[in-house]
Design a protein. Structure first.
Length: 259
């Protein structure tokens, strides 16, 4: 079956692997191959991905500190009929990564935006966590300042469903300590190094998870999931258990981080 060509003047939001390079979709490969330009959060990382896929494309840097200027340039090029793929370092653009600003501007200008779905750490962690997925609230990264973090966490106490938070390895133990104070009776899951060789899920109360973290240093990017209140299904309190050694099935790329 002959696939339709990319449409002129379209911004394609292309999800890229969060670890295992085999997770890229056929549609994502075709979009990256056939577009006129790739706007990338990190051109070096995206260049490595394109090299792995076997082709090169013109690259334009698009990251947090040049979003305004680059958005204007991208809109001009879209208006001229170019086909532009937007990618972040890993996962779906706009999910705790640059992208939201240019999408909003493109839609306001009447330009076409199309999502090319694929790997996403939120969904990967949620579906494999064992926590209820019928209703969940994605928080993204918490504020770094202690007072703001505390207020944000307190505001989430009454939010129904599973909470999903992104956290770095440098602050994850601090976060679990904060959860022990505020969400002590909840079921918490730490999803680490998703899709990579050392992918791991640690599950239990915050206090029990802290005991594990004090025994060994946990590396990698984390998705932290917090179960609902005790009245909600699946929120029962359990002791943390360390999983068996993970199977050697992933194809990790040390240059790719969860996102």
């Amino acid at each position: 079956m002959e696939l339709p060509p990319l449409q002129a003047g379209t911004l394609y939001l292309v999800a890229t692997p969060i670890g295992n390079l085999e997770d890229i979709t056929l549609r994502a490969v075709r979009t990256l191959r056939d577009c006129d330009l790739v706007a990338a959060e990190d051109t070096r990382r995206t260049g490595s991905l394109l090299k792995h896929l076997g082709f090169r494309k013109p690259l334009l840097s698009y990251f947090q500190f040049n979003e305004a200027r680059r958005s204007e340039e991208i809109l001009r090029r879209l208006a001229a009929g170019e086909k532009i793929a937007l990618v972040s370092d890993a996962g779906s653009p706009g999910i705790s990564d640059p992208g939201e600003r240019v999408v909003r501007a493109a839609r306001a200008a009447g330009l076409r935006v199309e999502a090319v779905p694929g790997p996403c750490a939120v969904i990967g962690a949620l579906t494999a966590s064992g926590l209820p997925a019928g209703e969940f609230h994605f928080v993204g990264f918490l504020p770094r300042k202690p007072g703001q973090r505390r207020r944000k966490l307190e505001s989430l106490l009454g939010v129904p469903g599973t909470l999903v938070i992104y956290e770095s390895p440098f602050r994850v133990e601090k976060l679990v300590g904060e959860l022990a104070e505020l969400f002590g009776g909840r079921h918490v899951v730490l999803a680490r190094e998703l899709t990579k060789l050392h992918e791991e899920f640690l599950s239990g109360t915050p206090a029990a998870l802290l005991q594990i973290m004090q025994k060994r240093k946990l590396k990698g990017e984390f998705v932290v999931l917090i179960g609902g209140t005790a009245a909600e299904p699946g929120a029962e309190e359990i002791e943390a258990e360390e999983p068996a050694e993970p199977a050697d099935t992933a194809d990790p790329d040390p240059e790719v981080e969860s996102g």
